[in-house]
Design a protein around this ligand. Structure first.
Ligand code: FES
Ligand code: FES
Length: 159
């Protein structure tokens, strides 16, 4: 069905620091609005059922699966996607530690890791495992992802 023929809802939200007004079909998800209407394709679409974490964004400062949120629900919200994240050190450490294999899960992993380090600058391995449990990696890079997060945390503490 064409987006143009569907009933549209007008929302205004802050996306990566910019206030944007979107006309979104009432039943479309935030994930679809980000990717299809705004061209923010760094947020990945995979299971679309809240199971894999590939679509993770920050919604009012907390991680959220954008495939489970209706775009119409985010009127007035603050959204940060991987494109708007100031986390170069995390990205560099994911690469340096070999935590990026196919890379499909990586944006969601980095958004989740960023949220973890914002609330806990010195997470234990168990803290990391628990916080990241909603982000699946089909390439099995979990150990390297943990190392990348630990290295980033250590770097920030020593900065
Ligand atoms: S695409 Fe949203 S959790 Fe998998
Ligand atoms: S790096 Fe391939 S799914 Fe995680």
């Amino acid at each position: 069905m064409s987006l143009m023929t569907e009933q549209l809802v007008t929302i205004t939200a802050t996306v990566n620091g910019d206030q944007v007004t979107m006309h979104v079909p009432a039943h479309r998800t935030l994930l679809e609005a980000l990717r299809d209407l705004m061209g923010l394709t760094g947020t990945k679409s995979c299971c679309t059922e809240g199971e894999c974490g590939a679509c993770t964004v920050l919604l009012n400062g907390l991680t959220a699966c954008s495939c489970l949120v209706l775009a119409a629900e985010v009127d007035g919200a603050e959204i940060v996607t991987i494109e708007g994240l100031a986390a170069l050190d995390l990205q560099e450490n994911f690469v340096a530690k070999g935590a990026v294999q196919c890379g499909f899960c990586t944006p969601g992993q980095i958004v989740s890791a960023h949220a973890l380090l914002a609330q806990n600058p010195n997470p234990s391995e168990q803290d990391i495992r628990e916080h990241m449990s909603g982000n699946l990696c089909r390439c099995g890079s979990y150990k390297r992802i943990i190392e990348a997060i630990q290295t980033t945390a250590e770097g920030r503490r020593n900065a």
